[in-house]
Design a protein around this ligand. Structure first.
Ligand SMILES: Cc1cc2nc3c(=O)[nH]c(=O)nc-3n(C[C@H](O)[C@H](O)[C@H](O)COP(=O)(O)OP(=O)(O)OC[C@H]3O[C@@H](n4cnc5c(N)ncnc54)[C@H](O)[C@@H]3O)c2cc1C
Length: 320
């Protein structure tokens, strides 16, 4: 019985979070002394043999356009025959992973842990560490069933390349099933880096005073090739669109660098950003709670600090 990793893709590109899931699945397979295999449903631009770089020996591929629609019911059915031969099935935690994993676990009668942050301990059963309470605590969950389903929290394991090796591609025609929904229209947000995929995120809060000052956030984000985010009240007040709101009730992110400007650092905000590798806080109030979670802090007025920061980034870039 192998470890099977689900490869998620968007517009023909494999998502970074799936490369991390492949790395995690390969390490888990090694620990369980079995093979790591992967499955991709839908069409992609890249050669799937690259999965070998992450320790995968076989990739099952059902290249059917029908699987490019995010219909979790259809994808779960298509996954089943391959998942039946696996002991552990790994997903990257995402909207799609969170939709398929529990469905698959229910059909396979498998134990499910969502939001794993480390490789399972296998010395005494199968124990998975996951983050709980919006990242404020960890729980260790033992899966007792023979089959297991895991979703992996983004940026908790990392993308790990191994010795270059090609994976064998096995084309399959997965069971087609009639979709119960019909996608009528897809409206894409053009030209922006998706928050969940971004390495750098620049985020603004009510300290920016109004939408007319948002150029400070966008200019800094663009100079760093980063994505733009905001606190919830900023979206609630209509200064910014809701898809930019991060936190417990918004998008949960874990970039390498999170720059929070004029954001107090309420627990509900931190719940969505506290897994960022490095947090930089700019706030004029030295007592702002966000400073307790920050790796670097600047106590100062955003309207003075941010233009200087943008200037410094531009200067650095022009010198290199
Ligand atoms: C159930 C629930 C769920 C929630 N979910 C979320 C969520 O997902 N995400 C989220 O963000 N919030 C969420 N909230 C709201 C959260 O509790 C806070 O109210 C919110 O995060 C505060 O936003 P803010 O920091 O932008 O604004 P404020 O709390 O008003 O803070 C503004 C900050 O800007 C600083 N500031 C002011 N002027 C300047 C300046 N010129 N330069 C620099 N700094 C300045 C101030 O010192 C202050 O710290 C939720 C609340 C509830 C009850």
């Amino acid at each position: 019985m192998s470890v099977l990793i689900y490869i998620d893709h968007s517009e023909g590109n494999i998502k970074k979070s799936s490369l991390e899931a492949l790395s995690y699945g390969a390490a888990l397979a090694k620990k369980l002394n079995t093979t790591a295999e992967a499955i991709l449903l839908g069409t992609v631009k890249e050669g799937l043999d690259i999965a070998g770089r992450y320790g995968i020996t076989k990739v099952y591929h059902a290249a059917d356009q029908a699987y490019n629609n995010y219909d979790a019911q259809v994808l779960t059915k298509a996954l089943l025959p391959t998942a039946n031969n696996a002991e552990v099935i790994v997903f990257a935690q995402s909207a799609l992973g969170d939709a398929i994993a529990p469905r698959l676990a229910a059909v396979l009668n498998a134990g499910l842990v969502s939001g794993a942050v480390a490789l399972p301990e296998t010395e005494n059963g199968f124990v998975v560490k996951k983050s709980v309470f919006s990242g404020k605590a960890f729980a260790k969950v033992k899966i007792n069933s023979g089959k297991k389903v895991i979703t992996l929290k983004a940026n908790s394991f990392g993308v790990k390349e191994r010795e270059p090796a090609n994976a064998e591609i096995i084309n399959i025609s997965a069971a087609s099933s009639e979709s119960k929904i019909k996608t009528i229209k897809i409206e894409k947000i053009e030209g922006e880096i998706p928050l969940t995929e971004a390495e750098i995120v620049v985020s603004g809060g009510r300290g920016l005073k109004g939408p007319e000052n948002w150029y400070l956030i966008t200019d800094l984000a663009h100079s760093l090739h980063g994505a733009i985010a905001c606190s919830r009240p900023v979206a609630d007040d209509g200064w910014r669109p809701h898809h930019e709101h991060v936190g417990q009730t918004g998008v949960q992110i874990a970039p390498n660098l999170y720059i929070a400007i004029g954001i107090s650092g309420a627990i509900q905000h931190l719940g969505g950003v506290n897994r960022s590798k490095t947090i930089v806080v700019i706030n004029k109030d030295a007592e702002a709670p966000f400073f307790k979670a920050a790796d670097y802090g600047i106590v100062g007025d955003a309207f003075e600090v941010v233009p200087k920061l943008i200037e410094a980034v531009k200067k650095l870039k022009s010198e290199n």
